[in-house]
Write a new protein. Structure first.
Length: 179
């Protein structure tokens, strides 16, 4: 068993995320933000959530287009290392994201951070509003009829939505000199 298959067999964790295909660019971008805001990590594109190697079709500009997408949609711009590797006879893309010295790193105006919680999948995230002093921790309690809310909503509107849509949120104020 090669090293990549051994890594995949260990499953997703705080430093490893699987994405089935390049069509999940939005999810890949969120994972890049999350890893940049934490200790870094690897994103394996072409691997299903259950660890099955599906593989991806690699075109002439595939890596360049993905790198440009990430760079355009992250603030500060993130330039992850990318390479194509063989895993069980199929090609996968390995995206290596390093911890950013400048935090938080935003992806499409939201910053994500992985949250360790044994009741949730690795998709659990810490979602920051773009306002530097307001941060919201969101965790889905039930999957049915849950929707996100914007940090710009008033606390009253957010509380109504949170109750109605089964989200739990905790406001944390962080001094700007700590950011």
């Amino acid at each position: 068993m090669n090293d990549m298959l051994k890594l995949i067999s260990g499953g997703e964790n705080e430093g490893l995320e699987f994405k089935e295909s390049l069509r999940l660019k939005e999810e890949i971008g969120k994972a890049v933000s999350a890893f940049s805001n934490a200790s870094g990590g690897l994103i394996l594109v072409g691997v299903s959530n259950d660890g099955k190697v599906i593989g991806v079709d690699i075109g002439r500009n595939t890596l360049e287009e993905l790198a440009n997408y990430i760079k355009r949609n992250t603030d500060p711009a993130i330039f992850p290392s990318m390479k194509v590797l063989d895993a069980g006879g199929k090609k996968i893309i390995v995206i290596e994201v390093k911890e950013s010295a400048e935090k938080p790193v935003f992806f499409k105006n939201h910053a994500y951070k992985r949250v360790k919680n044994n009741k949730l999948t690795n998709a659990a995230i810490l979602l920051f509003g773009k306002e530097p002093q307001k941060f919201f921790l969101q965790t889905k309690l039930r999957c049915a009829k849950s929707t996100a809310y914007r940090a710009s909503e008033s606390p009253h509107e957010s509380k109504k939505k949170l109750t109605k849509n089964s989200w739990w949120a905790k406001k944390v104020v962080i001094r700007s000199d700590k950011i």
